[in-house]
Design a protein. Structure first.
Length: 520
C-alpha cells in the first residue's frame, strides 16, 4: 500500500526491512522481497509526479569539470531517474570484473559468472529480449551484416534497448498490492541513527517539506537513493567513512564525438543503427578485444556510428510497442511519449534514407561518438558544501575529474579503430579525440562538440571491496563498520565499464534480495 508521509500522525513506525529510495534499485529490491514474510517499508522522497520543491533537494555545487545541473541529471519521485532513462542495456563484460594491473583500484569481489543469473532476471524487469549480447546472434536475427573487419583488434558489440521501462509506472501496482510492503511517499530521510557501540542502525528519521517528522525502525536498512545521494546520506551522518572513502572514486561514462568515418556507400551499415530485431530494439557499435585492451593498457569503450535512423524502422518499432499493449487490453506506459514519436516518424518517413547522404555519389561521412569507461580516481569525488537545502541539510559539492589514463584510452581506441578500418579496406577515419597534449579541460560549454560530457551515470562513490581500507561496503554491499546497513545502486561499483549501469543495478538488487533472505 501507499501512504503519504505528510498526513501520518504517529511518531514511530516499525518494520523488518526499510528501503530508502524508490528508483530502479529500491523498487526491484522491494518487489523481489514481496513474497517474503518480512514487513517492508519503502521510503520515497517524492510523490508519483515530479515536484519542483522536492526536485530542488538534488541541487548542488559543481566545482570540478563542467557538468549538468545536479537537479536535472537526477529525478526525485517514485520510479526515480528511470523517469528519464533512455533504456540502453547491456551487462558488464567479464574482464571488467577482474583486477587489471594497469587500472588502479580495479577488481570486483566476485566474478561476472556470479551475477549472470541475476542479469537474466534483470532482462525481464527491463523488458528486454533474451540474455544474449553476441553480435553474430543479433546479426542473424536482424538480417543485417556485421562490418567485414579484418580478423584483428576490433569487434562489434551490441546493446539492447528497453522501451524504456518507467519503473514508477510499470511496477506501481506490484508495490501497491503487496501485503507486506508499505511505500511512504514524500518521505525524506534526514538522519540515520547509528549505535556506534553495537554498530547497528536503530532508526532513520523522516521529514517532509511540510515539516511532519517521524522515525522508522527496522532490523535491516538499505540506502538506494542513487549514485550521488547514497554518498551524501552517509557523509551527512558520518557513517562508513572511517577511511575517508565515502564520496571518492566517482566515475561517469565519458561521451565524446571522437572521430569521423568516410565509407563507400556500398558498405552496409544498417546493423549499426538502432532498430528492432525479433521484437527487441538493438544497436551495434565498435569496441576492442580484451587482449587488445590489456596489451595497450587502456580502458574499455564503445564507439557508436551516428547514422541517420530510418523513420520507417522507428515507426515499425513504436507501433509494435503500442499495438502489443493494446492487444493486452491496456495502454502502454508513456503512451503520449510513444504516440508523439510515431507522429514525428510519419512526417519523416518519405524521403528518409538508411545512410548519411552528404550529396556525394560514392561516399558517406559518419560521425562516431565514443562511450568510454572512466578509471576509479579518489580525487574525483562528492563532498558536502556549506549551502543548505530546504530541509536544512548540506548540499553536495561535486568534483568530477579525469585522469591521463582516461584521456589516453579514448584517443588510443580511436586510433586502433581507424587503423583496422583502413587495414580492412573499408574506408578512412579522421580521429577527433584530443591527444594527451590536447585541450580536454578548458571551461567550455557542455554543448561544445570537442568537450567530453558525462552520461548522467553516477558510479563508485560508496565502492565495494572486502577490505574496509579500500571500500565503503563489502562484497554483499553491507557498509563496513555496521551490522545492518546496506547500499544498493551504482555507487557500489568498483569500476564502471563502458556499459550503461541500469541493467547491472537491477541485477545487483536481485542479488542483494537473496542475501537479505539468507539472513533470516
Amino acid at each position: 500500500m501507499f501512504l503519504d508521509a505528510r498526513t501520518l500522525d504517529r511518531k514511530r513506525y516499525d518494520f523488518d526491512i526499510c528501503i530508502i529510495g524508490a528508483g530502479a534499485a529500491g523498487i526491484t529490491l522491494a518487489r523481489a522481497l514481496r513474497d517474503s514474510k518480512k514487513r517492508l517499508c519503502l521510503l520515497e522522497s517524492g510523490g508519483f509526479e515530479p515536484d519542483a520543491d522536492t526536485q530542488s533537494l538534488y541541487d548542488g555545487d559543481i566545482v570540478g569539470l563542467p557538468y549538468y545541473p545536479l537537479d536535472s541529471a537526477r529525478l526525485r519521485y517514485f520510479g526515480g531517474t528511470t523517469g528519464h532513462w533512455g533504456g540502453c542495456c547491456w551487462p558488464l563484460e567479464e574482464n571488467e570484473f577482474k583486477k587489471r594491473d594497469w587500472v588502479p583500484h580495479s577488481g570486483w569481489p566476485f566474478s561476472r559468472k556470479e551475477l549472470d543469473p541475476y542479469y537474466v532476471k534483470a532482462q525481464v524487469v527491463c523488458e528486454l529480449g533474451p540474455f544474449n549480447y553476441d553480435s553474430e546472434y543479433w546479426s542473424e536475427e536482424s538480417d543485417r551484416p556485421i562490418l567485414p573487419l579484418a580478423d584483428g583488434r576490433v569487434v562489434t558489440k551490441v546493446y539492447q534497448n528497453s522501451p524504456p521501462t518507467r519503473f514508477g509506472n510499470k511496477y506501481r501496482e506490484d508495490i501497491e498490492t503487496a501485503d507486506n510492503i508499505s511505500a511512504i511517499l514524500h518521505a525524506n530521510v534526514t538522519e540515520i541513527a547509528l549505535d556506534t557501540l553495537n554498530r547497528t542502525v536503530d532508526k532513520v528519521t523522516v521529514k517532509t517539506l511540510s515539516d511532519n517528522t517521524f522515525d522508522v525502525t527496522a532490523q535491516l536498512f538499505v540506502v538506494a537513493t542513487g549514485g550521488l545521494e547514497n554518498a551524501r546520506l552517509l557523509l551527512l551522518n558520518d557513517i562508513g567513512n572511517q577511511n575517508d572513502l565515502v564520496g571518492r572514486y566517482f566515475m561517469e561514462h565519458i561521451g565524446l564525438p571522437a572521430s569521423t568515418l568516410l565509407l563507400p556507400k556500398k558498405i552496409n551499415t544498417e546493423f549499426y543503427q538502432r532498430a528492432p530485431a525479433d521484437g527487441t530494439e538493438i544497436r551495434a557499435g565498435l569496441g576492442l578485444k580484451p587482449e587488445v585492451l590489456a596489451r595497450e593498457k587502456i580502458l574499455n569503450s564503445w564507439s557508436g556510428l551516428e547514422l541517420k535512423r530510418s523513420a520507417a524502422v522507428k515507426l515499425q518499432y513504436e507501433w509494435k510497442y503500442i499495438s502489443t499493449a493494446i492487444s493486452e487490453g491496456k495502454l502502454p506506459d508513456n503512451f503520449r511519449f510513444h504516440l508523439k514519436k510515431i507522429l514525428n516518424d510519419l512526417r519523416q518517413v518519405y524521403g528518409d534514407k538508411w545512410n548519411n547522404d552528404d550529396g556525394d555519389d560514392e561516399w558517406i561521412t559518419i560521425p562516431v561518438r565514443s562511450h568510454s569507461e572512466q578509471s576509479p580516481n579518489p580525487v574525483s569525488r562528492v563532498t558536502l558544501g556549506d549551502e543548505l537545502d530546504k530541509l536544512g541539510q548540506r548540499k553536495i559539492k561535486f568534483d568530477w575529474q579525469l585522469t591521463d589514463l582516461d584521456r589516453r584510452s579514448i584517443r588510443r581506441a580511436q586510433e586502433i579503430i581507424a587503423a583496422e578500418i583502413g587495414r580492412s579496406d573499408l574506408g578512412r577515419v579522421q580521429v577527433l579525440a584530443p591527444d594527451e597534449q590536447g585541450v580536454w579541460e578548458s571551461p567550455r560549454r557542455l554543448s561544445d562538440v570537442t568537450y567530453p560530457n558525462g552520461s548522467w551515470h553516477h558510479m563508485g562513490t560508496t565502492r565495494m571491496h572486502n577490505n574496509q581500507k579500500h571500500g565503503v561496503v563489502d562484497g554483499n554491499c553491507r557498509v563496513h563498520g555496521t551490522k545492518n546497513l546496506y547500499i544498493a545502486g551504482s555507487s557500489v561499483f568498483p569500476t564502471s565499464g563502458f556499459n550503461n549501469p541500469t541493467l547491472t543495478i537491477v541485477a545487483m538488487a536481485f542479488r542483494m534480495a537473496d542475501h537479505l533472505r539468507s539472513l533470516s
